[in-house]
Write a protein that binds this ligand. Sequence first.
Ligand SMILES: O=C1NC(=O)NC(C(=O)O)N1
Length: 311
Amino acid sequence: ETSLATVVAGCPLSSCLYNASGPLCTTAAELDAVGSSEAGAILSKSATLEKRQGNPSPRYFETTWGSINSMGLPNEGYRYYLDYAKRAATFNKPYFISVSGLGFEDNVAIIRALSGQEHVSAIELNLSCPNVPGKPQTGYDFEQSRVLLEMIFEHVTTPLGVKLPPYFDLPHFEMMAAVLRDFPIAFVTCINSIGNGLVIDTDQESVVIKPKSGFGGIGGDFIKPTALANVRKFYTLLDKDVAIIGCGGIKSGMDVFEHILCGASAVQVGTQLMREGVGCFARIAAELREIMGGKGYRDIDSFKGKLKTLE
Ligand SMILES: O=C1NC(=O)NC(C(=O)O)N1
């Protein structure tokens, strides 16, 4: 029997697959559905200080290869996701809350309120939302990231990880890793959507989403190579006690296998979850077990991080 069990932020996960923050995790009903599925954990939509409507619709569009979104952080406000924690505990799996305050003060206030709370297994600090007009992604500003993490770690006791944007230039990986090494982060989730892409409807000769003149975060097939590279790079740059969570382009067991080969301890499913619903976790987990069995791997650690280079 092959095991997909893994540990993230000190929490045991029965399956190394769970939901990416964003799709189908904003309401209690959506979170319940993740809890009732084969997902190994429950992760909330990124929370802001107050409830937020987000950007005007249409703000999500599915393509054959993936998705474009400019949701603008619609969510119920962090108190809602804190209140949900006691219900999350009934699903006997870790419950993580994603936080994306609209400024440093909001992030600190939210994290101070969440820290130490029962049934909140870990916090995923989102440094990479590309869709709040006028707000740059903190993850692309290394000094601001350091300042924010210094403020956060003065107050937090709950295990905390960061959700990073994709990086494309090798010095940028080094610069972000140098920041992260100075803090006791529990995990790093690579990657968020590739920001500010554009999808066109050629019949209408128009963009397909309303916010930001059609610019939005790209998810799905095309971002997998970038996601894999970010997982691999941070796996090699950071201490092995920092779990790397792979996110980006996962829709099959083979995609999960690739992320784990690069060093992922667990993976998150976003676009494919939006497309298929929570049944995707059981399907993808079964495909991964099949692949592992065929290769003679009994558990994740047998091949985690063991991607070969060509000598
Ligand atoms: O971090 C985020 N990434 C995305 O691709 N979209 C959402 C959003 O717009 O709320 N946030």
